[in-house]
Design a protein around this ligand. Structure first.
Ligand code: MG
Length: 383
């Protein structure tokens, strides 16, 4: 029986992953969540999990009251690292939100545990370290994100050296075709109304600004060893074509399916098996038409900032990511307007100098510097 640990178990990816584990008899060894003690305790009870981590330290006693006395309750980054270095685990699913995912990923790699990766920031900020260390340790990284899963699926059975490039698809988000004038006063509720995907709050805002696509652009570079000019971003409004690859003979292979994360989650967890999955069947005839378009790089400046960041390299991607995390949180708190997110990310990109990455501290300090920079701008009245 396959054994798994899940970081971010109460989120959208985590809860769907547990459903997949149930269906296919994968044993859950440990679970971690940010602050949702009620759901975490329920998951532990239902799946007989004896090791839990609640990231928010102050929630520890609340969780301890909800679980059996033989359950180990961990907290904070130390707790995540303890889970990431558990013995006898075949795979760790990392589906936490934000930069907090980087260190647990590196810890699991150090321990030789394969990773199903749903935490974008791990590769965006620490791509070089993560990929180099994984190679050294012979650790497999299975992408969970629908686009990267699609690319990974399209690469199966073909020669990597004959790959010409990839087509990274984007839904375009809730503000597709909108101008900057139209976006000046959009509120949190409008930004959270994604047309195709139901996801957590942070990633949904990132989809509205197209930052999400920028992060995925950077992730793809690391996962598939690509150069920026090998990636074409195409808006695929229906989110049915999840991405595609192009080979030297100009043949393009795409992966399609209904927009349901259970397909890529299951592929990562059960790779290389393709077995029954609790999702709808894709009827192309029901869709009738699939549409394709170019993204609007001027309106959606977060996307442009990400591409510039990875083209420059070093800590620049960590800088745009850190800046974005603070800006998105401020937008969700009603402190800044929607378009300010892109402006702050672009300012951080332009004004914070990059460094080479030689160790995890380089990444963490660039991230902190970007956060400080954006917090300061917001405090000074950038809104
Ligand atoms: Mg995606």
């Amino acid at each position: 029986m396959k054994k798994i640990t899940i970081l971010g178990s109460t989120g959208s990816i985590g809860t769907q992953a547990i459903e997949i584990c149930d269906k296919h008899g994968i044993e859950i060894i440990a679970l971690a969540a940010y602050s949702n003690v009620t759901l975490l305790a329920k998951q532990a009870k239902e799946h007989n999990v004896k090791t839990l981590c609640i990231y928010c330290e102050q929630k520890r006693s609340e969780l301890e009251k909800l679980v059996d006395s033989d359950v180990t309750v961990l907290t904070g980054m130390e707790g995540l690292k303890t889970i990431a270095s558990m013995n006898g685990v075949d795979m760790m699913l990392n589906s936490v939100v934000g930069m907090v995912g980087l260190v647990p990923t590196l810890t699991a790699i150090e321990h030789g545990t394969d990773i199903a990766l749903a935490n974008k920031e791990t590769l965006v900020a620490g791509g070089k370290l993560v990929i180099n260390n994984a190679k050294k340790k012979g650790v497999n990284i299975y992408p969970v994100d629908s686009e990267h899963s699609a690319i990974f699926q399209c690469l199966q059975g073909n020669k990597r050296e004959q790959l010409k490039g990839i087509i990274l698809t984007a839904s375009g988000g809730p503000f597709y075709k909108k101008s900057r004038e139209e976006l000046a006063d959009v509120g949190v509720e409008q930004a959270l109304a994604h047309p195709n995907w139901s996801m957590g709050r942070k990633i949904t805002i990132d989809s509205a600004t197209l930052m999400n696509k920028g992060l995925e652009f950077i992730e793809a570079i690391w996962l598939f060893d690509l150069r920026p000019e090998q990636i074409e971003i195409v808006v695929q409004r229906e989110s049915v074509v999840h991405s595609a690859v192009e080979y030297m003979d100009n043949s393009v292979i795409a992966q399609m399916g209904v927009p349901d994360m259970k397909i890529p989650i299951q592929y990562a967890l059960l790779y290389p098996e393709r077995v029954d999955c609790p999702t709808k069947h894709l009827s192309l005839a029901d869709y009738g038409t699939l549409s394709f378009d170019r993204p609007d790089y001027e309106t959606f400046d977060c996307l442009t900032a990400c591409i510039k960041a990875i083209t420059i390299g070093g800590t620049k991607p960590a800088i745009v990511n850190g800046a974005n995390e603070v800006a998105v949180a401020a937008f969700l708190d009603g402190k800044i307007k929607f378009l300010k997110i892109g402006e702050l990310v672009t300012k951080a990109l332009e004004n914070i100098k990059e460094k080479d990455i030689t160790c995890v501290e380089d990444v963490l300090s660039a991230d902190e510097q970007a956060r400080e920079y954006v917090r300061k701008l917001i405090d000074e009245g950038e809104n």
